[in-house]
Ligand binder design. Structure first.
Ligand code: HXC
Length: 520
């Protein structure tokens, strides 16, 4: 018998409820969301997940409050859509806040929905993505909504280093609402759409008298250039979501796995002839470290992280022979690649992320030292620089380094040096390992001789030349085994791939402890 025309009232009710739930705050509010150039919570999830793979959980959850008019304002699913699906065919959990429902505000029920998928992500070892578009704690629910945030922060922290956690700021994120993203590994933000701040422009005006727009205060560019809170800034939501998918492709699903290997048509032993003359003769002349990175990695495919923040250091993900590698590199084109507070913190965070998720670290070094100055000293460059030392020393993943030019003083030590546990330390013939540059060194050790000379400039020049001859090369360090080998720049890619292969099964255990006490 053909049943297709018989309408089962229970099924019909289910379909009606599903439709109602999928409309969030209703068609008018969806229209207003679109008018602002924003996608809806469901549209975002559809872009994020492989076609037809997203499975929603809890679409019928309702908030329980009846205070301040909330009794009438009940929406199926409340102000968040949660669930799981596949991204590039791998399991990922996500929540997407729905601004059309009470401004995406966080009720007790919203928090419980988010916590449920976070727990599932942890139990099943899969990444968690949060799409943020929310007016913060639901004011009418008071302490229940505040407690909801506590429950989420607790899970963010417990999940840290176990599963990758990613947040995208696709609307307001005010007050405490910023702290869940802040506890995750990567923050993406979209220009003119996402704004994060602890206190908004009105409060700032009232308290300090400063005038600032929402975008100036907490927009994507502010957080990706000035504060470093955001790792990626995009112009559109689509671009942002594509970047999230690209980032996930480099990462393992959890800390017990290695990152997925990708097929590549780039040959292992491809020569890098263009690198032979890339380092200028004069040690104070800049060049672009990104050119080196793009030349040696698979298919020029470098995902730079924190691209606009602390540009004197580069961090990002690439592949060698299909395997994910985290790259930390000085950028001689910006502030001569000096290490300052922002660069140290940026690199330290990234090194620790790579270590937590079994991603080997390649360090490309050309560093003149730590940034001098009262600004840096008073702001605690000692404390912050120590973070990078700590991160490298603590990391047990394979650590390979390549010295392209300068490695002076404390900065030599910090950048994955042998003594800090570097596994393979290469140098190009242009490498210079010394306590400091020639001019500075000569002024310190020969001050008397120079001052007493009848021709101080000439003698200084001779002494600088002599110092450069003796110290400014990689062979003294290589003679002591602190550099494992001096390599021809043209063979860089091949050497790195060989050492990655050799270190594939590296075993290194840190002493048993609850956790270290990193200088925060
Ligand atoms: C309840 C809220 C809400 C909230 C917005 N709405 N925020 N409802 N609780 N926190 C509702 C509005 O009343 C409105 O409902 C609808 O959402 C859309 O908001 P609008 O104000 O019309 O939108 P817009 O002009 O775009 O402004 C968005 C906004 C603004 C900037 C987010 O709504 C705002 O400033 N909201 C409050 C932000 C805030 O201070 N939150 C608390 C942060 S402190 P109707 O029905 O009128 O359309 C916090 C503590 C957490 O979160 C602590 C954790 C440690």
């Amino acid at each position: 018998m053909d049943n297709s025309n018989i309408i089962d009232p229970k099924l019909s009710k289910l379909h009606d409820l599903r439709k109602e739930s999928s409309l969030g705050g209703g068609e008018k509010r969806i229209e207003s969301q679109h008018k602002r150039g924003k996608l809806t919570a469901h549209e975002r999830l559809n872009l994020l997940f492989d076609k037809n793979t997203f499975e929603e959980i809890d679409p019928f959850v309702l908030h329980r409050s009846s205070d301040f008019g909330l009794e009438k304002n009940k929406y199926l699913g409340d102000a968040v859509v949660t669930g799981y699906g596949k991204i590039n065919n791998r399991l990922v959990f996500a929540y997407s806040q729905d601004f059309t429902v009470l401004g995406g505000s966080l009720s007790e029920a919203v928090a419980q929905k988010i916590c449920k998928v976070m727990d599932l992500a942890m139990q099943n070892g899969a990444p968690m993505v949060g799409l943020i578009d929310s007016g913060g704690a639901r004011i009418q629910e008071g302490i229940d909504s505040l407690n909801g945030y506590s429950e989420i922060f607790f899970r963010n922290t417990r999940a840290s280093g176990v599963i990758p956690q990613i947040s995208a700021i696709l609307g307001p994120a005010a007050g405490g609402a910023t702290y869940s993203p802040a506890l995750t590994d990567f923050i993406f933000a979209v220009q003119n759409i996402g704004q994060m701040y602890i206190t908004g422009p009105d409060v700032i005006k009232a308290v300090t008298g400063e005038s600032v727009t929402h975008e100036e205060l907490g927009g994507a560019l502010t957080h990706s250039t000035k504060s470093g809170v955001a790792h990626f800034a995009s112009e559109t939501e689509e671009a942002c979501i594509n970047k999230i998918k690209n980032l996930l492709s480099f990462l393992p699903s959890n800390n017990m796995e290695t990152p997925p290997k990708q097929n590549t048509n780039d040959t292992r032993d491809r020569k890098n002839n263009s690198l032979s003359n890339i380092v200028p003769e004069a040690s104070n002349k800049p060049y672009d470290m990104l050119e080196i990175i793009n030349e040696i990695i698979d298919n020029n495919n470098f995902l730079e992280i924190h691209e606009l923040f602390a540009k004197n250091i580069i961090v990002g993900l690439a592949r060698f022979d299909g395997n994910s590698v985290g790259i930390v590199a000085q950028q001689p084109n910006h502030l001569a690649g000096i290490l300052d507070i922002d660069a140290s913190v940026k690199a330290a965070r990234f090194v620790r992320f790579c270590d937590a998720f079994n991603i080997p670290i390649l360090t490309l070094i050309d560093v003149p030292g730590f940034m001098p100055g009262t600004n840096q000293e008073y702001a605690g460059i000692i404390r912050h620089g120590a973070k990078l030392i700590y991160a490298y020393a603590e990391a047990t993943v394979p650590k390979i380094s390549l010295l392209t030019r300068k490695a002076y003083g404390g900065a030599y030590i910090v950048m994955s040096s042998k003594g800090l546990g570097g596994d393979i330390n290469y140098s190009w013939p242009s490498g210079q390992l010394a306590v400091m540059g020639a001019e500075g060194a000569v002024n310190v050790i020969h001050r008397k001789k120079i001052n007493e000379s009848e021709n101080p400039e000439e003698i200084r020049k001779d002494l600088v030349n002599e110092y450069e001859d003796v110290f400014m090369n990689p062979y003294i360090a290589a003679a002591r085994g602190l550099i494992d080998n001096v390599i021809d720049p043209s063979e860089t890619r091949n050497k790195i791939i060989q050492s990655l292969d050799m270190l594939k099964n590296k075993r290194d255990v840190i002493p048993p402890k609850k956790h270290g006490s990193i200088p925060l």
